[in-house]
Design a binder for this molecule. Structure first.
Ligand SMILES: Cc1cc2nc3c(=O)[nH]c(=O)nc-3n(C[C@H](O)[C@H](O)[C@H](O)COP(=O)(O)O)c2cc1C
Length: 177
């Protein structure tokens, strides 16, 4: 049976790297559904992911192509939910169980494993509130890949860089096998 992965993309500069991840997953024969947050659409375009996946990305909770709601239909039968970059906003909403957009609602609706790749400035990542949210999600069974230390888009070196596409793909592979 075809492996089905839902890739959620958050609003950070690192979103452009997720195109590589999606392309590689599709080349591996996996069915990939992409969900873009409102923030993500400011960084990457739906046309890129439509073409890479052969299916349009979903951005709206009330998308009429999904009579049961995209959060229900995309979660149904998914093998893995991957969120990259996972923003501070997304982590906070998930940690609190808030269904405040499509991606957080989908997270709550998913029965499959969840892999998150956070990305943000080191100041944001090290903020106690963010670390509390990460700990809560770890306690809830979410798996994390990264962040790593390195060049950040705020033009500083620090901890908060999203895992590289290769590392994300390796973590996805490990999770699926
Ligand atoms: C240039 C720029 C880069 C940003 N990068 C990040 C980031 O790497 N991580 C993060 O958590 N927020 C980042 N933000 C802020 C988010 O885009 C903002 O909090 C947004 O509400 C996140 O929404 P989303 O989680 O729905 O995508 C950035 C904002 C701008 C303008």
């Amino acid at each position: 049976m075809t492996t089905r992965i839902v890739v959620g993309i958050g609003g950070g500069v690192a979103a452009y790297k997720v195109a590589t991840v999606v392309s590689r997953l599709v080349q591996q024969g996996k069915q990939v559904d992409v969900v873009l947050t409102a923030g993500a659409t400011r960084f990457v375009g739906p046309a890129t992911f439509s073409a890479l996946c052969g299916r349009p990305p979903v951005t709206d909770v009330y998308d009429s192509r999904f009579p049961l709601g995209p959060h229900i239909e995309l979660a149904d039968g998914a093998d893995l939910l991957v969120v990259a970059p996972a923003t501070a906003r997304f982590l906070g909403s998930c940690a609190q169980g808030l269904a405040d957009d499509l991606l957080t609602t989908l997270y709550l609706a998913c029965e499959c494993s969840v892999l998150m790749a956070p990305a943000m400035s080191s100041t944001m990542w090290e903020k106690p509130a963010v670390q509390r949210n990460v700990q809560r999600l770890l306690d809830d069974g979410v798996q994390f890949v990264g962040p790593t230390r390195g060049w950040l888009s705020c033009r500083k070196q620090g901890l908060g860089r999203m895992a590289e596409p290769e590392d994300l793909l390796a973590a996805i592979d490990e999770k699926l096998n």
